[in-house]
Design a protein around this ligand. Structure first.
Ligand SMILES: [Mg+2]
Length: 106
């Protein structure tokens, strides 16, 4: 499954269990990244009533690894208290959200 197909499947599954999912779009404007920036995770997921998590979607292939930019930005955001998880399947994405919703650390 391509990453974009996997991402679509994850969005559908998380919306089906009541999450608000906002896909992140990294764009370049006049040669500079705008918005959340290079390396920012793929999906913002609000988990009612009070939680949220950013998800980085990767395919199941072992070659699909975090880029250097992703490693750097994720570390920076985590130091600021942002929750970010990398997921490789619909099952993992639902498990992360369920763990957060029911108070277990993912
Ligand atoms: Mg990704």
């Amino acid at each position: 499954m391509s990453e974009s197909n996997l991402q679509s499947a994850i969005i559908s599954a998380l919306r089906a269990i009541g999450c608000l999912v906002v896909p992140n779009v990294v764009v370049t404007h006049r040669g500079r990244p705008t918005g959340c920036g290079t390396g920012s995770p793929d999906l913002f997921v609000a988990i009612p009533p009070q939680w949220s998590v950013w998800l980085e979607v990767k395919t199941e292939e072992k070659t699909s690894k975090l880029s250097a930019e992703q490693v750097k930005l994720h570390a920076e955001w985590r130091r600021a208290g942002v929750r970010i998880e990398t997921v490789r399947s619909v099952h993992e994405a639902v498990a992360v959200v369920t763990a957060i919703r029911f108070g277990r650390s993912a």
